[in-house]
Write a protein that binds this ligand. Structure first.
Ligand SMILES: Cc1cc2nc3c(=O)[nH]c(=O)nc-3n(C[C@H](O)[C@H](O)[C@H](O)COP(=O)(O)OP(=O)(O)OC[C@H]3O[C@@H](n4cnc5c(N)ncnc54)[C@H](O)[C@@H]3O)c2cc1C
Length: 388
């Protein structure tokens, strides 16, 4: 098995690297200064518009969207190269459309929903969010309580969702709810599509988080949806939701490789120049081992990402590999960035360097899309059952 990129893929990777360097890294000082001043890491409208128009101009929208909706239909393996480059910046910009919800919508949308939601989403004209987590269950989505019951040729939904990203900018939200409490995750959880502004879909508060993130709490209070808003088959929302989660986890693996590579590159550039006690830091074994370990673990993680992506592309079952990847990649990048911060000394502690923001993103990545401990539980379960 080889994971070498072909010429076209290398050209695309270079193009994304250029976009990241010229548009995102070039903006880092400005955004980090705003963050240090307590204003957060969100882009201004002008910055967002420029990033959108530049990335569109460069042909970087819809990379993995179907060609029939104007996309390039690139396979998951090629997206690894794209996401590795996108992971190198401390800023959080996603090329439209965001892949996880795209994959889920492609799996479940009927003809009408395709026209109304999937096509404009794939073209980057609509934004979406997904509401799975609840106050009583995040890491264990099968324990969700939000209830959808049939009423007036539609669904009446009541419940509460929390920690939901991107609700403020979403045109629609994919909402997971229980339609059969007896069956639970085995045929009792359905996916719905809720338009922004639907009565009863009440955004209660914005919750600031570390790493420049914000999430939202939502109350569903007698939120009535017409039958047309059911996504896919009743009770069969869990599988497509897992597909979505797997897509994000592979993406996270690639982002982590990018972040760790950036930290390593910065460390490699800095340590030969910095002398302490008359000797360059690069001559110290402690520093050399950080560099050797970082290079080794980045290489291992990159292979893990390509392996998982390859299996997903072939339609193979890869849940255990994806759990392994999520745990290993997030912990690997956390360690590499921490060592880079240490090598830079006090400079590594400033908010002028990208490390603090990168470390913050990594910290939340060890929680969202499943905490590390839950993934370890799943890996151990499969290994103990000799299924891996
Ligand atoms: C930045 C961010 C963005 C998010 N965006 C979204 C979003 O868009 N949509 C959405 O639906 N959700 C979102 N979430 C929620 C996220 O998916 C959940 O927070 C996550 O799944 C964990 O759920 P929880 O917070 O309820 O933790 P819990 O499930 O209560 O777990 C708490 C801790 O207990 C431990 N633990 C739990 N289960 C086990 C176990 N089986 N074995 C050992 N230890 C265990 C772990 O250490 C875990 O961190 C987001 C979260 C964050 C931080």
């Amino acid at each position: 098995m080889t994971f070498a990129l072909n010429q076209e893929e290398r050209m695309l990777k270079d193009l994304v690297a250029r976009f990241v360097r010229e548009e995102l890294m070039a903006l880092e000082n400005k955004v980090l200064a705003r963050d240090a001043a307590g204003e957060g890491m969100a882009f201004t409208k002008e910055e967002q518009d420029r990033l959108d128009s530049r990335s569109k101009e460069l042909g970087l929208w819809g990379l993995d969207a179907p060609e029939e909706y104007g996309g390039s239909d690139l396979p998951v393996t090629t997206m690894v190269a794209v996401n590795e480059e996108m992971g190198k910046t401390a800023l959080q910009y996603r090329l439209p459309p965001d892949s996880p919800n795209l994959r889920m919508l492609m799996r479940v949308c009927n003809e009408k929903q395709t026209r109304q939601y999937l096509e404009p989403y794939a073209r980057g004209e609509m934004k979406s969010a997904i509401a799975i987590s609840e106050p009583g269950g995040g890491g264990d989505p099968a324990a969700m309580k939000t209830r959808a019951v049939r009423e007036r040729d539609g669904w009446l939904i009541n419940g509460r969702k929390i920690w939901i990203s991107g609700v403020d900018k979403a045109d629609f939200v994919i909402l997971m709810a229980v339609t059969d409490a007896q069956k639970g995750a085995r045929g009792g959880i359905s996916a719905f599509i809720v338009d922004q502004g639907t009565p009863g879909f009440n955004v209660l508060r914005k919750i600031p988080m570390i790493g420049g993130h914000s999430t939202f709490e939502i109350a569903l209070e007698d939120c009535w949806l017409p039958a047309t808003q059911l996504l896919g088959e009743e009770g069969k929302g869990f599988g497509p939701m897992q597909l979505r989660l797997s897509t994000r986890r592979v993406q996270i693996g690639a982002w982590c490789v990018g972040r760790a590579q950036r930290a390593l590159d910065m460390m490699v550039e800095y340590v030969p120049q910095r002398k302490t006690f008359g000797v360059p830091l690069s001559d110290r074994q402690a520093i050399q081992w950080w560099i050797a370990d970082a290079a080794t673990k980045i290489h291992a993680t990159r292979l893990m990402v390509y392996d998982a992506a390859e299996k997903v592309s072939r339609g193979e079952e890869a849940r255990t590999e994806i759990s392994m990847l999520k745990v290993f990649a997030t912990e690997m990048a956390t360690e590499v960035i921490d060592h880079a911060m240490q090598a830079f000394g006090a400079m590594g502690m400033t908010k002028e360097m990208p490390f603090n923001a990168m470390a913050g993103h990594l910290r939340v990545m060890r929680i969202y899309e499943g905490p590390s401990e839950v993934h370890r539980m799943l890996i151990a379960r499969h290994v103990l059952q000799k299924r891996f």
